[in-house]
Design a binder for this molecule. Structure first.
Ligand code: NAD
Length: 498
C-alpha cells in the first residue's frame, strides 16, 4: 500500500495527516494506497514556503529560468513511462493514452523554455521630448493550480511550467483520485535544480481548495474541473480578490453533414467518444447526424465498437480501460436506462461489452451508443463524462448549429464535411472555444491557448500560449526621463504631449 503526502519546500511533508483518502486501482477495484488530505494549516505551510521562495525566484534571470525549464523537460521525457504507469494505475486509462498526456504536457514545458522571448516588452523612445516609455510584465506572486482527475499530469502541466517560467511560485492541488503523478513531477523539478518552495503540492478535497481560494498569500488561481466547481472557484476566488481562470465541463458536439466521408466520421466518433473511456473534457459526447446519414453512420460506428478491446490499461491489448471510480461508473451506466425511459434507443449497450483480461472487481463499462436522443433528455443535458455517445438527428445544417449554440457548454466542437464553404461558415457561427474541421478533438498546441466559452470557462483567459503568459503576469508601463542639464522648471499642468 502506497502512501502519498504533500510536497512542501522541496521535500515530502513530514507531518502526521489528520484526514486521508483512499486511492483505487480502477482495473481491480482494490484500494492501492492512501493520500493525505491537507488542512488549512498545511495549505498555509505550503503557501508560506512558496512566498519565501518567491522573494528570490522572481529575481532569477530569464536565462537561468529557461535553463531550469530545459533540465525539467529532459527529466520528464526520461520519466515518461514511469509517469504513465502511475497514471494508468490510478486513473485506469491505457498506457499509450497516459504516455500521450505526458507528451502533450511536455509541449507546454517546451513552450515555457522560450520564456525570455515570451516576456519581451515594448519600448518607445521620445514619447514626449526627452521621455521614453516601456512596458514589462512581472510575476503575479504565489499562484495555485487546482486540477481534475482525468489528466493528472497534462492539466497541471498546462499551468505550472508557464507560471514558474514567468517568475511565480506555485502550489498545486491535484485530484485526490490520482495524486501520484504530481509527486513524481515535484521530484523531477527538484532534480532539475528548481529552488525549494517554488513548486509545492498539497493533496486533499474541498478543505484544501477553500483554504487556497481564501488565502491572502495567493494572488491567482487556475482551476480545471466540472462546471459547478469551476463556478464556485471563480466566485470564491474573485471575491477574495484573486485573479481566477476556471475551466469547466463540456458537452462536445460532432456535426456530420450529409456530404461527409462517413468512414472518416465513424472512425473519429469512435476514437473521440471512447478514447480514455470518454473521460476527456474534449471527448465527443453528442453526435449530430444531419439527415439522411444517421442510420448509415450508426451502422458504421456499431461495426467499429464491436472490434474494440476493453481491458486493464496496463495490458497492451487494451484500447479502453475502466472508469475512474465505482460511483462514477454506476452514474455513467444509469444514463443508459434513463435514456430509454425518456424515449431514446439503446443502440449499443456497453454493459454487455466483453472485458479482456480484466478483474471482475474493476470499474468496467464498455462503449455505448444512444440513438434518437433529443435535447430534452438527461443523457444530452448532463455531462456524462464516460463512454456514452448520444446521437441526435438534425434535419438541416441550421438545426445542427442551433443545437451546438443552444448548449450551455462551449468547450469543443467538430464538423465533418467535404464542403469547404460549409466548414468555413460553421467555424464562424459556432459559439464554442475550440473548433475542429474533420478533426474530432481539436486540442490546441501549447503555443495557442486552450479553453472554452460559456459554462466551460469562468474568467477571461484561456490556459497556456500567450493567454497563459498573460494570466501569470501583470503588465507595468514605465515612463522615464533622464533630463539633460538644460531641462528644468516646475509645471503643474496635466502631462500632455507638446
Ligand atoms: P471536479 O470538479 O469534481 O474536481 C476538480 C478539482 O476540484 C479536484 O481537484 C477536486 O478535488 C476539487 N473539488 C471537487 N469538489 C470540490 C468542492 N465541492 N469544492 C472545492 N473543490 C472541489 O472534476 P473531476 O471529476 O476531477 O474532473 C472531471 C471534470 O473536469 C469534467 O467535468 C471535465 O469536463 C472537466 N475538465 C475540464 C477541462 C477543460 O479544459 N475545460 C479539462 C479536463 C477536465
Amino acid at each position: 500500500m502506497k502512501h502519498i503526502t504533500h510536497w512542501i519546500g522541496g521535500k515530502p511533508w513530514a507531518g502526521e495527516a489528520r484526514r486521508q483518502g483512499d486511492i483505487y486501482d480502477p482495473a481491480t477495484g482494490q484500494v492501492s494506497g492512501t493520500v493525505d488530505f491537507a488542512t488549512t494549516e498545511e495549505v498555509d505551510e505550503a503557501v508560506g514556503a512558496a512566498a519565501e521562495a518567491l522573494k528570490t525566484w522572481r529575481r532569477v534571470s530569464l536565462a537561468k529560468r529557461a535553463t531550469t525549464m530545459f533540465a525539467f523537460r529532459e527529466l520528464v521525457k526520461q520519466h515518461t513511462e514511469e509517469l504513465a504507469t502511475l497514471i494508468t494505475q490510478e486513473h485506469g486509462k491505457v498506457a499509450s493514452d497516459a504516455a500521450g498526456e505526458v507528451a502533450r504536457g511536455l509541449e507546454v514545458v517546451e513552450f515555457a523554455c522560450g520564456i525570455p522571448h515570451l516576456l519581451k516588452g515594448g519600448y518607445s523612445e521620445n514619447v514626449s521630448t526627452g521621455v521614453d516609455s516601456y512596458s514589462i510584465r512581472q510575476p503575479v506572486g504565489v499562484v495555485a493550480g487546482i486540477t481534475p482527475f482525468n489528466f493528472p499530469a497534462m492539466v497541471p502541466m498546462w499551468m505550472f511550467p508557464i507560471a514558474i517560467a514567468c517568475g511565480n511560485t506555485f502550489v498545486l492541488k491535484p485530484s485526490e483520485k490520482d495524486p501520484s503523478a504530481s509527486l513524481l513531477l515535484a521530484r523531477l523539478w527538484a532534480e532539475a535544480g528548481l529552488p525549494d518552495g517554488v513548486f509545492n503540492v498539497v493533496h486533499g478535497d474541498k478543505v484544501a481548495v477553500d483554504a487556497l481560494l481564501t488565502h491572502p498569500g495567493i494572488s491567482a488561481v487556475s482551476f480545471v474541473g466540472s462546471t459547478p466547481i469551476a463556478r464556485y472557484v471563480y466566485e470564491t476566488g474573485t471575491s477574495s480578490g484573486k485573479r481566477v481562470q476556471a475551466l469547466g465541463g463540456a458537452k462536445n458536439h460532432m456535426v456530420v453533414l450529409p456530404d461527409a466521408d462517413l468512414d472518416l466520421a465513424a472512425d473519429a466518433a469512435v476514437s473521440a467518444g471512447f478514447g480514455s473511456a470518454g473521460e476527456r473534457c474534449m471527448a465527443i459526447s453528442a453526435l449530430v447526424a444531419v439527415e439522411p446519414v444517421g442510420d448509415e453512420l450508426i451502422a458504421k460506428i456499431k461495426d467499429r465498437i464491436g472490434k474494440l478491446t476493453v481491458g486493464p490499461g496496463s495490458d497492451a491489448r487494451s484500447e479502453m480501460g475502466p472508469l475512474v471510480t465505482r460511483p462514477h461508473r454506476d452514474k455513467v451506466a444509469s444514463y443508459l436506462d434513463a435514456c430509454v425511459e425518456q424515449g431514446g434507443t439503446l443502440a449499443v449497450d456497453g454493459r454487455q461489452h466483453p472485458v479482456t483480461g480484466g478483474d471482475p472487481g474493476g470499474f468496467w463499462l464498455g462503449p455505448s451508443v444512444l440513438d434518437h436522443v433529443t435535447s430534452a433528455m438527461t443523457c444530452y443535458t448532463d455531462e456524462i463524462f464516460g463512454p456514452v455517445l448520444s446521437v441526435l438527428r438534425a434535419p438541416t445544417y441550421e438545426a445542427a448549429v442551433r443545437l451546438v449554440n443552444d448548449s450551455p457548454y462551449g468547450n469543443g466542437v467538430a464538423i465533418f464535411t467535404c464542403d469547404g464553404g460549409a466548414a468555413r461558415r460553421f467555424v464562424s457561427e459556432a459559439e464554442i472555444g475550440m473548433v475542429g474541421v474533420n478533426v474530432p478533438i481539436p486540442v490546441p498546441m501549447a503555443y495557442y491557448s486552450f479553453g472554452g466559452w460559456k459554462a466551460s470557462l469562468f474568467g477571461d483567459t484561456h490556459v497556456h500560449g500567450a493567454e497563459g503568459v498573460h494570466f501569470y503576469t501583470r503588465g507595468k508601463v514605465v515612463t522615464s526621463r533622464w533630463p539633460d542639464p538644460s531641462h528644468g522648471g516646475v509645471n503643474l499642468g496635466f502631462p500632455v504631449n507638446s
